[in-house]
Design a protein around this ligand. Sequence first.
Ligand code: SF4
Length: 296
Amino acid sequence: MNTTTSVAELLALGDEELFARAQADRADLPQFTWSPNLINPACRTDPRCEHCKWECFKTEQQMFEARRPIDQILAQAEVQVSMGVKRILMPSGWLGYHLPSYFFASVRAVKERFDVEVFGLSGAIDRESLAGLKDAGMGGYWCGLESINEEIYRRFRPGGDTLADRLETIANVQDLGLKLQSGFVLGFGLPEADVIASLELLAGMELNSLVIQPFIPFPHTGMAAEDPVNPHYWARVVAAAGIYLPKVNVIITEADGPHANFATLTGANVWPTFPKLFAGGNQQPESTGLTLPKAG
Ligand code: SF4
């Protein structure tokens, strides 16, 4: 944690100084790519999150509905590894606090076949499930705070797990020695004081990777009419966070669009690659993704 400059001071810097400092301070971090490989996009959150882009995908893609067989996961992992992906994220919708055993089998199958780091993302889950994922070879877990502002949290996420559940999961991730990826969603008018408090809370964790997801509205969702977070403001917050947490990987989630256009300013070092999906769940090694900046 950088104790010499507060988040508030960083957020007060002009663009040129903020972005130049974020890039210079973080120039030695390794640059690498991450890519998602879904275990199960089904979700038991009820009512569904108002901002859920997966709900949009489910409306538009029949295949984005059910548990994926292990051979399909392995075929996708093979494409991802051949593309140089270093970290595969194996997410699911929230399926409750206890994961089904096929999650462990899916992770184990990928780890047995490929030399790649695997992270999970299934919302707040219990310690036993985290331990099962670790035993299967998972190296880290992404459990976002979503929003420390509970009024905003429940506005975009009226059902499902709570902020307290997520903090408990984060504590278990750290206690079990899994790498922790966390962060929050920027948008919905989150006050700057909450941005600062979120980063101060995250600075007290053993954080491996930080994600500040920009809120982007999607059709077929409850927040389709809500404004996206301004990309320039989002980039400034990511840059300030990266200076404040100089040893922590900063992950970009958007491969294209207005926020991706600003991403290389931020000093981030982990970049998304999304193999194109076709009906039936096959992939080809053509991707959408940001160009990986040169290391150092
Ligand atoms: S937890 Fe919310 S955002 Fe995640 S898949 Fe379920 S409804 Fe969508």
